[in-house]
Ligand binder design. Sequence first.
Ligand code: MSP
Length: 515
Amino acid sequence: MSGSDKGAFYITTPIYYVNDKPHIGHAYTTLACDVLARFKRLDGFDVNFLTGTDEHGQKVEASAEKAGIDPQLFTDRVSQNFRDLTEICNYSNDDFIRTTEERHKIACQKLWQVLEDKGFIYLGSYAGWYAVRDEAFYTETELTKSAEGKFIAPTGAEVEWVEEPSYFFKLSAFEEPLLKLYQEQPDFIGPDSRRNEVISFVKGGLRDLSVSRTTFKWGISVPGNDEHIMYVWLDALTNYLTAVGYPDEDVVSYKKFWPADLHMVGKDIVRFHAVYWPAFLMAADLPLPKRVFAHGWWTNEGQKISKSLGNTIDPLALIEQFGLDQVRYFMLREVPFGKDGDYSTRAMISRVNGDLANDIGNLAQRVLSMVFKNCDGKIPEHGTFSAEDQELLAKAGGLLEKMRNDFDKQSFHRGLESVWEVISTANKYVDEQAPWTLRKTDPPRMGTVLYVLSEVIRQIAVLLQPVMPQSMEKMLGQLSLSADQRGFQTLGTPLVSGTEISKPEGVFPRYVEEE
Ligand code: MSP
């Protein structure tokens, strides 16, 4: 966490089940959070960016059993894969929480106690359907029957009949308060399609929620009744509180960061975050997060991704093939964030070679090479700016505001589109101004043109740091900008003529397909 003057910003990813190794879906959610966390830090916020692993429950217990390993050992191992992913993808998370940590057990048991003391938890017995894959309960009406006669949840997960003593949370008491919340805070759920979905789900009526299980052991026990293990979603959602210090509500991190500004989730887990979670918090009299945003799902070359089809996308393999920043850019640019999207090798290559190698890569390489060769390796002096110069500079100068607006709505693709509009204007400007001709005919004008272009490249590189940190570090390094000259507050401070630049080297290589 870094010092700042704009206040705090707390952003979270879902915590990932450790039943399997990380796939594109995990990389995607965390990437979006990473980009926003980096953006906010550069924009002067004190950011707390949390990710981690969801390690309890029947699904994880079953995976450990299948692997023939003790669940703790199993979760240690698989959780490490997720931690490794954060390193490999260059995520800037401030914390990595595991639900098997002691701090989390304390937080969960305390929250349970508060809910019980306030009269929102009671003992009863559950008889109904449960899908281990989703760790979710379903009503009979939600189910369909498969060709083999098995009952299937709307998510495609198989359900099993469960009958056991269970504690219940009085979710039914929160129908009205939740509807009021969605109405009074229209930004609480994004995008709108998901908001509407949640509203109609709640309007359909809420039944009390079973929040404990007795038929397996891998979880946090209910305070005062060891026979019961807390429902894994109550356990998991609490991680957002644990990480900032709950139950100590006086600790600095809690005071500074709770309530969270944004819970980023996939569309499959909106209900848990936008219905159950605010209900638990309301019941406990705790402040509610400000926003839950759900992104869509990736398909692979037009096909639903599934383990049985064997078409899962391994983020590490993609990075190996195309480069880290290329993959980071692709994921946020290719698909409007919030919608489903398709991964295809063709689309990836087109982004890598088109947007990156040709558009921004060539722009920087052409301009900085000319500065290096023709201006003695220094940012040139400039004369009075022409209308074209001013137009381009103004276009670049308007980007921060646009990106702020778009990124605050999680419209990452829009923000990036605006940057690429400026890149394309700058490329046209190079061709029209033809500085290589000016070199002979009007060297001072060449200096002005190259100054304008270098300045625009600086602005673009500063703004693209959140999405492509390593590549932009190289580009800003070539412009000899030090670490304290890279924050958004420096955008209004133009390049200083006479500054020596480093020998430019291509930042975005073309991807050449193997024969
Ligand atoms: N453990 C719960 C979350 C608890 S949060 C308190 C969970 N874990 S998960 O490992 O299944 O999470 C998966 C995340 O990856 C979800 O946000 C999900 O939407 C996302 N994706 C899984 N497959 C995906 C795609 N094919 N495409 C994009 N994201 C997908 O749910």
